[in-house]
Design a protein around this ligand. Structure first.
Ligand SMILES: Nc1nc2c(c(=O)[nH]1)N[C@H]1C(S)=C(S)[C@@H](COP(=O)(O)OP(=O)(O)OC[C@H]3O[C@@H](n4cnc5c(=O)[nH]c(N)nc54)[C@H](O)[C@@H]3O)O[C@H]1N2
Ligand SMILES: Nc1nc2c(c(=O)[nH]1)N[C@H]1C(S)=C(S)[C@@H](COP(=O)(O)OP(=O)(O)OC[C@H]3O[C@@H](n4cnc5c(=O)[nH]c(N)nc54)[C@H](O)[C@@H]3O)O[C@H]1N2
Ligand SMILES: [Mo]
Length: 654
């Protein structure tokens, strides 16, 4: 009889849900992944990308042994050889050029908290050049931090108390699936759900109202809503007078526009603005759920602030069923002192959104060596071409990976790492308030090691081993120490791997005291986001997140077909392109071939494609995205991509 086991664990992949997972193992081999029914929020089902994850674990394409590129050819290495080689290079570069000549780039491959220890290693080296900023939610976080003092959100289940819910620039049916049963149960109780998104998505299929603004112009829509609400006088003067500051400046900003021009800028009719303003200000309590899509623009932080202001004037802040919700910091309640900041004598930072140019500009010292963990910057950075050029100048690149991604292909050494199903870890969520223990379901496949084990091996060779030593469990104990007072210990998690952090309130800012310097909510007072399309590039490219995969975590075999671009028939015809025909999307920085599919539900002059496909197959949309950084929050502005369509040659591979 084969030995059958089930292991309760938690997904560490970069997604709000941080799901409870049951791993089914037969004779040491993973045979299935199902949702853990004991997890109160993620309950008993999983998304497609989680169910399909076994394919990644056992893929024949997976890297299972260290490898080194010699004269352009990959050769296998033993672990000892690989670690010795990297340790020698590290020492050499520190001696010759100083520790700042080393770049560390950490991405969103795994949200497991033990990944923080990589920072400890580089701090122990004396401090290196670190890629900072955000490819993700940095702009929204910066905006909410200005208004509230920090970004936090209501408990997902508090939405059951909302009478109206606005989903703004977010696509939870595809990117945050466990929100859907909550939304549907609120809707079954009479709650209206409104979606604000320029395109049709799985989410739009069940919303009561769908408003389609011009991409990047939602700030003007929010100003239009405020204008109507303030004029009618449906406002919470108590909140404005006692709990907020800069209201006069905000009022002046609102008054500096007329409704007609706000309608023209936002692409939403005056009637729709009036109708939405009426609904939002009269149906109480009302929650807004903002997405990441909404803030991938230069003015993304300010857009969030204008939406926060709507919550503030209507009295929806600090009340159950209300709030302007985006997310929370998934590791904010962990003991981040394990990063060992005190060890670093030097510090230099470069912004991820401008990676290529930033690396090229560095001298004194230039970047000589790079370590990449849990990231695919040669695919996921804006303006990839410039990042590739920059990496070509780096003498020695080490990539910790599972697959030969665009980044791994350009490395000197690739070190094979575990998936979350092969390691012990701990993870929080950037949406709900549970922590989850990550239990290994299987033995590591091949010779893969955890990031921690690899850094511990390197630390030994570099004479800092004692500072990195300890088992995964030892480090978890240190990391969760601040949670011990609410009964969350390793022992408790071993009995029950998913525990709610009791101190996190269900309703954010209930006391209406904020963490801003004044303790008050801060109104935004300036906004002037310009149009970014031009006569030559009149369309906006939205390269959004796919339901089927996470970021760039596709497999080579997923690239068999040319990517699909959804376009309104009216727009496509203007470029002379028929349904199902090939075309090139062209931006000022690149060109990518696509198949155009007519989509009646998409706003005119907008193209929707999916992000993550690989550059080596000429399918990465980041080849088209210019390197622009948000005004606040150092965020990449993926959706601020002005393009045009050009009729393409019929593709041979289809
Ligand atoms: N399956 C899957 N799930 C994921 C991920 C994944 O890659 N795959 N990624 C995870 C991560 S890291 C993140 S950050 C989240 C992202 O989660 P989401 O925010 O849901 O993702 P996006 O696809 O960026 O954008 C959501 C929607 O915003 C819309 N949008 C774009 N621009 C604008 C605008 O200017 N105004 C308005 N109103 N709407 C706009 C897009 O059309 C899109 O439908 O998802 C997480 N979950
Ligand atoms: N055009 C466009 N581009 C985008 C976006 C968009 O909307 N449009 N969204 C952006 C967003 S929101 C995000 S968050 C970024 C994400 O961008 P990245 O942070 O670069 O994320 P991934 O592309 O998932 O690459 C992570 C890599 O880590 C590897 N990995 C997984 N687990 C581990 C581990 O435990 N250790 C190590 N060492 N490696 C591991 C995976 O195999 C994968 O190749 O992409 C951004 N890129
Ligand atoms: Mo993200």
């Amino acid at each position: 009889m084969p030995e059958r086991q089930t292991i309760l664990t938690t997904c560490t992949r970069d997604c709000p849900d941080a799901c409870g997972i049951v791993a089914h193992v037969t004779s040491g081999k993973l045979v299935g992944l199902t949702g853990a029914k004991e997890h109160e929020i993620t309950r008993s089902f999983l998304c497609r990308k989680a169910i399909n994850f076994i394919r990644r674990v056992y893929s024949p394409e997976r890297v299972l042994k260290p490898r080194r590129k010699v004269n352009g050819v990959w050769q296998d290495l033993e672990w000892d050889e690989a670690l010795t080689l990297i340790a020698e290079e590290t020492k050499k570069n520190i001696e010759r050029y100083g520790s700042l000549s080393i770049l560390h780039y950490q991405g969103a491959g795994s949200l497991g908290a033990l990944k923080m220890l990589q920072k400890r290693f580089f701090n122990l080296l004396g401090g290196v050049t670190e890629a900072v900023g955000s490819l993700c939610g940095g702009a929204g976080i910066a905006g909410q931090t200005q208004d509230f003092g920090y970004r936090t959100c209501h408990d997902p289940l508090d939405l059951l108390n909302s009478r109206l819910i606005i989903i703004w620039g977010r696509n939870p049916s595809e990117t945050n699936m466990h929100l859907i049963p909550i939304l549907k149960s609120a809707q079954a109780n009479g709650t209206k759900i409104i979606l604000i998104d320029p395109v049709n998505t799985d989410t739009s299929s069940f919303c009561n109202i769908h408003i389609k603004p011009n991409p990047g112009m939602d700030g003007y829509l929010a100003l239009g809503l405020a204008k109507v609400i303030l004029e009618v006088g449906n406002v919470d003067m108590d909140f404005i007078n006692n709990c907020a500051e800069d209201f006069d400046g905000y009022l002046a900003l609102v008054n500096s526009f007329d409704l007609k021009s706000l309608s023209a800028l936002s692409g939403v009719s005056v009637e729709n603005i009036q109708q939405l303003a009426d609904l939002y200000s009269k149906t109480k309590p009302a929650a807004i759920i903002c997405g990441w899509g909404l803030q991938r623009y230069e003015w993304g932080a300010e857009t969030f602030r204008l939406i926060d202001a709507l919550g503030a004037i209507t009295g929806n802040i600090g009340v159950s069923g209300g709030g302007v919700n985006h997310g929370r910091d998934e590791s904010g309640y962990f003991n981040e002192s394990v990063k060992g900041k005190e060890f670093a004598k030097h510090k230099r930072e470069i912004p991820k959104p401008l990676l290529g140019e930033a690396i090229k500009m560095l001298d004194d010292p230039p970047i000589k060596m790079a370590f990449i963990n849990g990231a695919n910057p040669l695919n996921q950075s804006p303006d990839i071409k410039s990042v590739i050029e920059a990496f070509e100048k780096i003498d020695f690149v080490v990539v910790f990976e599972q697959f030969m991604t665009d980044t791994a292909e350009r490395a000197d050494v690739v070190l094979p790492v575990t998936t979350f199903l092969e390691e012990t870890n701990i993870v929080g969520s950037y949406w709900h308030s549970f922590v989850g223990l990550v239990n290994p379901a299987i033995e590591p496949v091949g010779e893969v090691r955890t990031d921690l084990e690899i850094y511990q091996g390197l630390a030994e060779l570099l004479g800092i081993g004692h500072e990195m030593a300890g088992t995964a469990e030892d480090w978890i104990r240190k990391i969760i120490r601040p949670l011990n007072r609410s009964g969350i210990t390793l022992e408790a998690l071993k009995k029950k791997p998913h525990i709610r952090i009791a101190e996190i309130p269900a309703v954010a800012f209930k006391d209406r005291v904020f963490k801003t310097p004044s303790g008050k909510f801060k109104f935004i007072t300036e906004f002037s986001a310009p149009r970014f399309t031009t006569d030559d590039y009149p369309l906006v490219l939205l390269s959004t997140h796919s339901r089927l995969w996470l970021h760039s975590q596709l497999m080579p075999e997923d690239h068999a077909h040319t990517p699909v671009a959804r376009v309104s028939p009216i727009t496509a015809k203007q470029f002379g392109i028929g349904d199902g025909e090939d075309a090139n999307i062209v931006s000022p920085v690149g060109s990518v071939k696509v198949v155009v599919k007519y989509d009646e539900g998409i706003k005119e002059n907008v193209i929707r494609t999916e992000q993550g496909r690989w550059y080596k197959y000429n399918q990465s949309m980041n080849h088209l995205v210019p390197a622009i950084m948000s005004r606040k929050g150092q965020n990449a502005c993926y959706y601020q991509t002005a393009v045009r369509l050009e009729k393409g040659q019929p593709s041979k591979e289809r």
